[in-house]
Design a protein around this ligand. Sequence first.
Ligand SMILES: Cc1cc2nc3c(=O)[nH]c(=O)nc-3n(C[C@H](O)[C@H](O)[C@H](O)COP(=O)(O)OP(=O)(O)OC[C@H]3O[C@@H](n4cnc5c(N)ncnc54)[C@H](O)[C@@H]3O)c2cc1C
Length: 634
Amino acid sequence: MSAAATRLRRLATAATAAVAVTACGGAILLTPSVASNDPAGGSATIQSVRRTINNPSAVVPSRTVQESSLISATSANPVDILVVGGGATGCGVALDAATRGLRVGLVEREDFSSGTSSRSTKLIHGGVRYLEKALFNLDRGQLKLVFHALEERKQVIENAPHLCHALPCMTPCFNWFEVVYYWMGLKMYDLVAGRHLLHLSRYYSAQESVELFPTLARKGNDKSLRGTVVYYDGQMNDSRLNVGLACTAALAGAAVLNHAEVVSFLKDEDTQRIIGARIRDNLSGQEFDTYAKVVVNAAGPFCDSLRKMANKDAQPMICPSSGVHIILPDYYSPEGMGLIVPKTKDGRVVFMLPWLGRTVAGTTDSNASITPLPEPHEDEIQFILDAICDYLNVKVRRSDVLSAWSGIRPLAVDPNAKNTESISRDHVVSEDYPGLVTITGGKWTTYRSMAEDAVNAAIKSGKLSPGNECITSNLRLIGGDGWEPSFFTVLAQQYVRMKKSYGGKVVPGLMDTAAAKHLSHAYGTLAERVATIAQNEALGKRLAHGYPCLEAEVAYCARNEYCESAVDFIARRSRLAFLDTDAAGRALPRIIQILSTEHNWDRSRQKEEMKKAKEFLETFKSSKNAQFHDGKHQ
Ligand SMILES: Cc1cc2nc3c(=O)[nH]c(=O)nc-3n(C[C@H](O)[C@H](O)[C@H](O)COP(=O)(O)OP(=O)(O)OC[C@H]3O[C@@H](n4cnc5c(N)ncnc54)[C@H](O)[C@@H]3O)c2cc1C
């Protein structure tokens, strides 16, 4: 398809820099626009939105209310923007648009973050590798991308400080050339970050390095460790950040609805412009129409299927690639230090990062096909184990794998490109069908600026009249305002965990440091509401041995975070499915019991939930993991 044949329109804002037309049919790669800087203030409306979001007792409208407002968006009274897809991008768009004073709806066919956005490496990063490429290829476009991502990295961390933090990452060097090379490269990374720098990188001797990272091998591939260079990137709890975006958008007035799927588009018969969508509520099976002045397609890897719904001849924009991660016990890595090997013996990246009390390990993506529930393959798990083996002095055992998952990256590409390495991580905004603006590509780190560009495009397409400019560069998400790292001490000192014993007697328990820290990070200042439930409703027991997750969280998430199924809880609200599939399985009966009380589920729904959750856990390979022996990894 030639660029001329497409009806892609240039939707970049004035601030948008380099625009490159790709051979994949004229999709426009945009370097993200510079965020408009509305400092904390703004109009009375903006201030009122900020107050609502920051109010610790604000409650999101119920799912029923959200569905009713979508149903009431008729052709005579459409919403301004209907967003399809509740990942980081879609929820970012809904929040941006709602805080500009637009009327917004969002539908997500499964759960917020059920797609790629819960399956990432959880790094908030500028992309050290892309910096390397930018410097070697003298590529200003790549350099700008890294620069911009580093700026966004700082903002994401500031806007959700409870869910994000700076993480030191260690790069081992096995000869002096590597020491100099990585030291210079990472100093350059610091330099490009400029005032958005998290902390300065530095060199550690071999001795210092093993003190910081006790499981690091002093020899790798028969070469002695010469030292390490430690640099900083951000780390997040991706799905909780995503749910936070959805709930913040809901408080700002967006009608966000999970388990609601777009099954077809509604078109104006005369102009053929898209004017809304037919939605199926996947919980009730009911269908309804919602009208909108513009539809934003933020369906991630599935955005081509939405584009095909509008125009069956639409050419693909997505080149999917998939990445696998495994979870290992905490002793594989120290609590506050990651390990990143930029080049293993076969040239791939391998990393091991501490995350929520365990260790997440993974490697570079490979080409993949698009499937709703991607599963990790045994050879991919083996590859990661083999790769980390070379750099550790701990016995790497297959039976240590607690969970494994796969995610599909929605790379927006030139279909003629040979491999995913050469594909830009930039994002694409295009309106190749009137009324349907597609936003895809990019990465978690840049979701906010992607959303800003998509909303700018939607405003142009629908001739919308927002009340104000974009304010998300300086907007704390729910639970983030007023949160301090020491907040857990308030929980530890002021709350008790009331627990029901097997005989039905209610007994008090300590709000120990692990539980208090976990609640503080997962819910920010709203953790006090969870702690209150634990105390007043005798829901203070842990859901799974060895994990700080409490029964009260199930009730809280059902009431305040649109947690509609057992899978929603084990995968996206708590991270049990990602951390430890066996522990998640053991917690299921109690989770379903509490959700049944909250949602009035009958026996058959309870059975159905158990079945679906067990099937879901199978896609994280729990049972196979525990028993697998290949003779190589004991
Ligand atoms: C292995 C891996 C590791 C990564 N690591 C990082 C990292 O460390 N840092 C980083 O910045 N980025 C990372 N990324 C990239 C990042 O995760 C993605 O760019 C981002 O999550 C994409 O978000 P999205 O909202 O566009 O897509 P998704 O999260 O996939 O959301 C799209 C949503 O649309 C929904 N949907 C689809 N069709 C319909 C329909 N018909 N109706 C309603 N809803 C529909 C889907 O259910 C889905 O939830 C990683 C990606 C992968 C694959």
